[in-house]
Design a protein around this ligand. Structure first.
Ligand code: NAD
Length: 452
């Protein structure tokens, strides 16, 4: 589903000869496809405890593992993973550079650079040491990975990505490592995600990591929501697709294709939360994943903003999420491995002209996620936000050409994302095994240069 003519043209060698750089065609997941299409280079700094489980995960996925940038046949590698969780000093950081410099040279087009770094809070776990100065150096080193990875993301070429997992000593990293190495994370670039412990084991069938789970998706009749419904169903979930009655026909189509049920519901109605909960309780007894995707725009400069536009956007984008989440917390319908995923926007991070109402609502979603994460943690559940950047949808297809072209190109991958890229990210966060990821904001924006 691409209407990106420039990207298509740039594949032509004649066009490249005119000086137009090739815009990479991104690899996307298809059922049964291998995790990686080549070997993975896995390194470790000092006594890092995560390289071994990463190697085991890769070997389980039939990926050849190479231990050093100089080993193997010196050909390209599909992924570079560095366990730098034991890094505490500037000398350790120098060792990180010594590993990564030759390693990134070997990274194949569309490759994955994934670094695991320690938490920066000196009061947490192993960073607490006898000397305050040592703690301060360790905290500085931990934070240094942030700048390193965000810069590497801007350097790696040809559709390759670079991401950072900040992991606690007892973190459950499996589902996150698998996501970031796979083609499912193709438009997730330059991101920093904290991963903590989780009680739930890895899924038995990694091809269907949502098997047996019940998922509600709002705004599912079209666009990103329809892609989320299809992707969650592909990964094994039973989907309840929610949208307004006016979208009933396309909602029914999406629900049928996903093999799930349709619920016609205006999420701003006063009884929306109760109706939603009653529906899942009657049909399924519980819900494992709630995806707050429905959203609207009513753009106007602040100077010309009226209360109707302001309130309409707040009602759909923020108030409905607050109300439904409060009702979920009060009820026992959300399972113990419950996951809530809230769709925000990079507009809520970077701001966007004409979108004070929309950006305020989306920034509000991020605030809500951070406030609710500790409350949900008490019952083993998580809540995270996804902030999409420029995604190729009906909405972006109708933008004026100049605005559309600018939106597409100002990111490290030099193209827009697809609805499925947001959907795959929901699929990762929605897994029971992703219980260590909560309160996070993951941007699906190809490392947009705005609001980075
Ligand atoms: P879309 O307009 O194509 O789809 C939104 C869906 O939400 C529609 O089916 C609509 O009927 C439904 N909806 C609206 N109000 C509702 C209500 N009161 N009750 C129930 N359903 C309702 O939008 P999209 O582009 O697919 O965006 C999906 C989400 O992603 C939104 O939250 C949007 O803000 C966000 N987002 C999109 C982009 C992008 O580039 N398209 C970028 C950043 C964020």
């Amino acid at each position: 589903m691409s209407n990106d003519t420039l990207r298509d043209l740039s594949q032509n060698p004649l066009v490249q000869r005119l000086g137009v750089p090739r815009i990479p065609v991104l690899r996307r997941h298809s059922p049964g496809a291998p995790l990686l299409t080549g070997p993975a280079l896995v390194g470790v700094i000092g006594a890092g405890a995560f390289a071994e489980p990463v190697r085991a995960l890769l070997e389980d996925a039939a990926v050849e593992v190479i231990a050093s940038p100089d080993a193997g046949d010196e050909g390209k590698v599909a992924a570079v993973v560095l366990d730098a969780t034991a890094a505490r000093t500037l000398d350790d950081l120098a060792a990180v550079q010594q590993f990564l410099t030759p390693a990134v040279k070997r990274l194949a087009p569309g490759g994955r650079l994934l670094v695991l770094s320690p938490e920066s809070d000196p009061s947490e776990g192993p960073l607490a040491g006898p000397s305050i100065d040592t703690d301060v150096e360790a905290a500085a080193v931990a934070q240094a990975f942030d700048g390193l990875i965000r810069s590497a993301g801007k350097e790696v070429r040809a559709g390759a990505t670079a991401n950072l997992l900040v992991v606690s000593p007892d973190a459950a990293i499996g589902s996150s490592v698998r996501f970031f190495l796979s083609a499912r994370s193709t438009y997730v670039d330059g991101q920093v995600v904290h991963v903590g412990p989780a009680t739930v084991e890895e899924p038995a069938d990694v091809e269907h990591p949502l098997a047996g789970r019940v998922a509600v998706v709002t705004g599912a009749a079209r666009g990103i929501g329809a892609a989320i419904a299809a992707t969650l169903a592909r990964d094994g979930a039973t989907v309840v697709a929610v949208d307004i009655p006016a979208a009933g026909e396309s909602l029914a189509r999406v629900a049928n294709q996903a093999g799930g049920t349709a619920l016609q519901l205006d999420i701003t109605a006063p009884d929306a939360a109760q109706r939603l909960i009653a529906h899942v309780q009657e049909r399924h007894g519980h819900v494992d994943l709630v995806v707050h995707n429905a959203g609207i725009t009513r753009d106007k400069l602040l100077a010309n903003m009226d209360a109707d536009r302001w309130n309409a956007v707040m009602a759909v984008n923020l108030r409905s999420q607050l109300t439904i989440n409060a009702a979920l917390l009060e009820s026992d319908v959300l399972s113990d491995s419950g996951r809530i995923v809230c769709v925000a926007s990079t507009s809520g991070i970077a701001g966007n002209r004409g979108q004070t109402n929309y950006a305020a609502s989306k920034a509000g979603v991020i605030g809500m996620v951070r406030a609710l994460a500790p409350k949900l943690a008490e019952r083993g559940a998580t809540i995270n936000a996804i902030a999409p950047g420029f995604i190729e949808t009906e909405m972006t297809a109708t933008m004026p050409l100049g605005t559309r072209e600018a939106g597409r190109r100002i990111n490290s991958l030099r193209q827009g994302g697809l609805p499925v890229d947001v959907a795959e990210t929901v699929g990762w966060l929605g897994q029971a095994a992703s219980g260590g990821v909560t309160g996070q904001v993951v941007r699906v924006c190809g490392q947009s240069l705005l609001g980075a």
